[in-house]
Design a protein around this ligand. Sequence first.
Ligand code: AMP
Length: 232
Amino acid sequence: MDAALRHDQPHAASRRALALLLLGPPGAGKGTQSHAISRKFGIPEISTGEMLREAVRAKTELGNQVKSIMESGELVPDPLVCALVEQRLSQPDCAQGFILDGFPRNLEQARFLDQWLRSQCRFEPLALNIQVDPNLLIKRLTGRRMCPRCRTIYNIYFNSPQKDEICDKDGSPLAQRRDDSEAAIRTRLQEYEAQTKPLLDYYRDSGFLREVDGDPDPPAVTSAILGLLEPS
Ligand code: AMP
């Protein structure tokens, strides 16, 4: 990591604008935690996976380019994702801080982000490694269902709807993400091991990394994260 971004002191959320990076394998609960922290701190949550899925739904040029890559569980090429992130981080609502869910995913993207953060001079990066038991990960991914209309997330093992496969809120039939198929899950976990896991050392060496146990219920994980973020 760039020397200008090195920081070995405990994080104090109030000092500079928080650039919170949520690391951890698919199914670790990054989306859920990002949502909770975003509400608590009033800073935007930026999910590259969600932005890319939106592009696919809207059938934009980018969406058409990445659709089959995403369905297979592989990573979208860096230039496409980095351009998307740079555009989003340049929006005024990110000036007071932001949460990145699913970016960076490899060293190339981490270096790109470092450079961007350095060029802005006002952000305090903090990377959280949300660790989850591998068996639990598989259940979280294979059991995940989403309401296509209101986007409420369920899990058939841990948080099932009252009626099988039907949204409690609006009665829509629930859907499974295409990349939550068994084959795609395998590829996503392999991509995580090969490309994203090395980032842990990268951020650990810089002093930016904090570890979070992602096994407990989401509210307990949120409390643990808030404990790391609140200035002591
Ligand atoms: P996620 O919702 O974070 O699990 O991402 C779903 C899919 O979107 C991934 O399997 C990739 O195909 C793609 N994707 C999301 N974020 C990135 C990223 N930072 N770099 C490359 N591909 C990404």
